[in-house]
Design a protein. Sequence first.
Length: 168
Amino acid sequence: MAHRVRLLREDGTFAEFFGPETVLLPVPGSTPRRDDTTLWVGERICHALLEEGLAEAVMPDVRRVRQVPKSAYQAPGERPNARTHYDTISVAPQLINPAQILVVDDIVTKGNTLLGCASRAAAAFPQAQIRAFAMVRTMGLVADIDRQLAPCVGRITRSPGDEARRDP
């Protein structure tokens, strides 16, 4: 998948997301990691993107400090909002001050996790340009999906109640 992202970038898709000054920030899972051997999907995606030459580095010092309910297992309206994610994620100070940060997750549904993590990164690095990227985006309850690969660029904004709103 990372190779496909590189090809899409070379064709102009995501050109503003990846580059030699981009630092990748993996979104942590819903549970604090016990140790460095615990699977962290976001980190694995970041390293795959780095191996494809799409970024300068991976920022490893992002942590979930308190467990949140896993969104995939929650009923609509019961998922953690962006503020909950922000409050349960920490970003350790770095020796470098990245100019461009790309927050990376495996799947985006509404965008609460990405928005919470990006907001935490913005608080830690206020001068950095911050964008978010997910390998897969859900389409909600769509009766008929006409294609599997539909790269897109959109926006995630905060609505009242600290809920994320994704377009598209």
